[in-house]
Design a protein around this ligand. Structure first.
Ligand SMILES: Cc1cc2nc3c(=O)[nH]c(=O)nc-3n(C[C@H](O)[C@H](O)[C@H](O)COP(=O)(O)O)c2cc1C
Length: 168
């Protein structure tokens, strides 16, 4: 196999990729021992409507890797503009991220967070090692959403959607 070019500076690449605005999600699962696990992720993307498939990717050295590799079920929570502090909490290392949160129980006991813009409960159909990340592809088993302004991430910062300008 031909080696991929490594001539691209990773800081530059990070800045370039940051120009692609995304939503922000928290992906949750349970460890083999039953502990709730979750992290902030903006690598989420839709893949297919029929069958219903989505994907996201996880850093290989993430503390959550073992849990997601062994878990059958996980849930993607699309965050609303009011949930920036929840995003920060699930992106920090040392904290008990679920402390004092009201947790629901989804497919396979997956922890569900409240008041999100959307929730997709999934089961893993494929895992692909890709560079320093693992891509998880999941089939959507259940999903729901509500009218809410999304939390946006762009150029390494949170952002909000600008209101559409309507002609009078
Ligand atoms: C907006 C945002 C998006 C992120 N997206 C991802 C992602 O898609 N995949 C990932 O592995 N980490 C992502 N992270 C970083 C993880 O949230 C963070 O590294 C992790 O929670 C740190 O602890 P860990 O060792 O448990 O992964 C993101 C962080 C932020 C703030």
């Amino acid at each position: 196999m031909t080696a991929l070019s490594s001539s691209i500076d990773s800081n530059r690449l990070r800045r370039v990729l940051g120009s692609f605005a995304t939503g922000v999600t928290i992906v949750t699962t349970r460890s083999a021992g039953g502990r709730p696990v979750g992290l902030t992720a903006n690598s989420f993307s839709s893949v297919s409507l029929s069958p219903p498939l989505v994907l996201w990717s996880l850093r290989r050295d993430s503390s959550a890797m073992e849990s997601f590799v062994t878990a059958r079920h996980w849930a993607v929570h699309v965050l609303s503009a009011e949930q920036q502090s929840l995003s920060d909490r699930f992106a920090r290392r040392s904290e008990d991220r679920f402390a004092e949160l009201e947790i629901g129980h989804g497919e396979g006991g997956v922890p569900l967070l409240s008041d999100c813009a959307a929730v997709l409960q999934c089961c893993t159909v494929a895992q692909h090692l890709a560079g320093d990340h693992v891509i998880f592809i999941g089939e959507v088993l259940a999903c729901e959403h509500r009218e809410a302004q999304p939390l946006v991430f762009h150029a390494g910062r949170y952002a909000q959607l600008a209101p559409t300008l309507c002609e009078a």
